[in-house]
Design a protein around this ligand. Structure first.
Ligand SMILES: [Zn+2]
Length: 671
């Protein structure tokens, strides 16, 4: 893997040595240059001479250049240790949104795009160019350019700007949350030492004397819900979690009102209907038994804070799945490099970890620290293997441990998109995984639960997608929401495949792979998890649709989001909230950043994509998940295309037929 030819990537990685001043200056320079180009198009082109070549191409080329610095400067807010830089970076994102609105609502430009669109089929365009021109036209229409200029158009612009600024303020609250709950150690009974080392937690003083600090990051949240035996502990914690972002409630309300207003201004009418019901009798029976055994009060109800706890009890009783025992076989570092090997074998990539010396050598400034935002971040250079030509593909960054003021979920972000330079050479992408995985303890390395393994594999799937896509324009990297999650969801199947789990495992002390019977139990319990998480997804997706489908502005203004969230959850999942606290006991919707960061009215995409991902897995990989030929075919037909053409077209090409939901039903044990 470490052969000499991989030592010198043809392109340096992006630098992260920005300051609060420099990021703002850089982004303003980008806007200035782009504005000059737009003005030039408008001055020189007329509707009669408007084509892809004269109108769209210069815009897209300018975007390619902008893309090199845009995301990097907007990224600091998620993970930089410097608070002034995080604030400036947030400002950058606000300015980017504002500038997008400025560019996307220019009537003079739309006249030309409209003219180029009208003659698109006679311009001899390649697929990517035609696809981008069509999407641009549709986007302009959605942005109100068919609205006559005047007060409505102005209001539309103002509304968009306000939404952007409110979303950023709300996101800041979520990212910078350093709040916590202080528990007495005995209240944390049941949580394995491997998950939370109680002696290592911050000790309280004053009113918290004798207590330890439990944060809301995933490395504390999941173990507490899953293992804490005292119901009061889970309840107290859950109430703190769902009320941690309450300061966002008025912002959230305002955002959905403005979205509704914007939709109405451009003539859309929203409607969405969705109904599903579920029951959780099985988990309830486990709770009854558990309460009887421990002599605890059983009131016949399953609460929100009981779900993970009794799911774990059920998994261990019915399927003998012991997650702590399983995790001994997945030490983070070993499992992670084994995952990269799977991607190497299947898709023909090579991942080369960059040492301190490598980093200094390829850093544009000669300083290794300048090509990362924090000492925790590690970097890989990514290449095609020899069979695929041995070319460079880009950079993969990892920032895996939780820390204060860092993004609190697990996600993948693009730092620079790939595209083709005007001289025909490639500009290579950079992408980052931001996670909050368990930390190593004094006695053991960081150990991954099976669900952590699935999550990392999923997020790595997004990174692989970014690294594999080949397009002329950076903009053609954008995949439609209906398909965006499908490649990553498909990869999750590998983490349920016994032969692959063997490869991903190696006991932290002895190096042994995970035993067959342990795998068999894990896989047997799969659909129990699937059914529960599907209900959560439906709850989230439906809430998303309900709040964004008001019958009128008045209706939206009168919406009580906390009430809708809690009532829908109870109705769809059958899980109760605390008794006697009404329906506004918590604001769980405010801690899900999808609603404020671009997945609004789009969360259903997670459910939609699952049909496609199951279809792809069953038709190409189920029999032979490590098939090199299928892996390469998938890489070239699906991943490489990205947003350069209609996703349904290449999906159909890959399957050799139209997609259908049979595999999805089969996988869920429904048919
Ligand atoms: Zn995803």
């Amino acid at each position: 893997m470490e052969s000499a030819k991989y030592r010198s990537p043809p392109q340096p990685p992006p630098c992260f040595n920005g300051t609060a001043e420099s990021v703002l200056a850089t982004i303003n320079g980008v806007f200035e240059r782009h504005r000059v180009i737009l003005d030039k198009i408008v001055a020189e082109v007329t509707p009669a001479t408007a084509t892809f070549e004269t109108v769209m191409k210069p815009i897209l080329l300018s975007e390619n250049e902008a893309d090199k610095v845009k995301w990097v400067n907007g990224f600091y807010q998620l993970a930089s240790p410097d608070s002034s830089l995080r604030d400036a970076s947030r400002k950058v994102e606000e300015l980017i949104d504002e500038f997008d609105i400025e560019c996307n609502t220019r009537e003079d430009l739309f006249t030309l795009i409209d003219a180029a669109y009208a003659t698109r089929h006679s311009q001899g365009l390649d697929g990517e160019s035609l696809h981008l021109l069509e999407k641009e036209w549709q986007r302009n229409v959605r942005n109100g350019l068919l609205l006559p200029s005047g007060p409505d158009r102005e209001r539309f612009r103002a509304v968009q700007k306000e939404i952007s600024s409110l979303s950023l303020s709300a996101q800041k609250i979520l990212d910078e949350d350093t709040d916590a709950v202080w528990f007495r150690p005995e209240e944390l009974e049941g949580i394995p030492e491997d998950d939370i080392e109680i002696a290592g937690l911050e000790q309280g003083s004053g009113e918290n004397e004798g207590r330890v600090k439990v944060t809301f990051k995933y490395d504390h949240l999941v173990p507490l819900y899953t293992y804490a035996v005292h119901e009061a502990t889970r309840q107290t914690y859950m109430l703190a979690v769902v009320n941690r972002a309450n300061v966002n409630a008025p912002l959230f309300q305002k955002i959905i009102e403005l979205r509704d207003e914007a939709a109405r201004l451009v003539g859309f009418k929203n409607h969405a209907e969705f109904r599903i019901s579920g029951h959780i009798a099985t988990l309830l029976s486990y709770k009854k038994k558990d309460c009887e055994e421990r002599g605890a009060l059983f009131d016949g109800k399953l609460y929100f804070w009981d779900k993970l706890f009794y799911s774990r009890v059920r998994r261990s009783k019915e399927f003998s799945v012991d997650e702590v025992a399983t995790s001994q076989y997945f030490p983070a570092e070993l499992t992670f490099s084994a995952m990269l090997k799977v991607f190497e074998e299947l898709f023909g990539f090579v991942f080369v970890h960059l040492s301190e010396a490598d980093r200094a050598r390829i850093s544009p400034t000669g300083k290794s620290e300048d090509i990362a935002w924090h000492p925790d971040a590690s970097i890989y250079s990514v290449w095609d293997d020899d069979e695929a030509g041995g070319g460079f593909r880009g950079y993969l960054y990892l920032d895996l441990q939780p820390r204060d003021n860092k993004y609190s979920h697990d996600a993948c972000f693009t730092l620079q998109s790939g595209f083709r330079n005007e001289d025909g050479s490639e500009f290579y992408p950079s992408t980052v995984l931001i996670c909050n995985l368990p930390k190593p303890s004094a006695a053991k390395p960081a150990l991954l639960k099976h669900h952590d393994v699935v999550t990392i594999f999923h997020e790595l799937g997004h990174a692989i997608h970014t690294l594999a896509t080949k397009s002329t324009y950076a903009r053609a990297r954008d995949v439609e929401a209906d398909f965006l999650e499908a490649p990553s969801q498909m990869l999750e199947n590998w983490c349920w495949t016994p032969s692959v789990l063997k490869r991903l495992s190696g006991r932290w002390d002895t190096g042994e792979p995970i035993p067959d019977e342990m795998i068999a139990r894990l896989v047997a319990a799969k659909n129990m998890n699937a059914a529960l998480s599907a209900r959560d997804s439906v709850h989230t997706a439906l809430f998303d649709m309900v709040i964004h489908s008001g019958e009128s502005q008045e209706h939206v203004k009168a919406m009580n989001c906390a009430k809708i969230w809690n009532e829908l959850r109870e109705e769809l999942t059958g899980l109760h909230g605390p008794d006697g606290m009404g329906v506004e006991w918590g604001h769980g919707h405010l801690i899900i950043d999808h609603f404020i960061t671009g997945y609004d009215a789009g969360y259903y995409g997670y459910l939609f994509s699952e049909v496609f991902s199951a279809d792809m897995f069953y038709s190409a990989f189920k029999q032979s998940p490590m098939s090199k030929s299928q892996g390469r075919r998938y890489r070239h037909i699906i991943l490489e295309r990205g947003g350069t053409m209609d996703e349904l077209k290449y999906l159909t090409e890959f399957l050799g037929r139209e997609p259908d939901p049979k595999a999805f039903f089969k996988d869920r044990g429904i048919a």
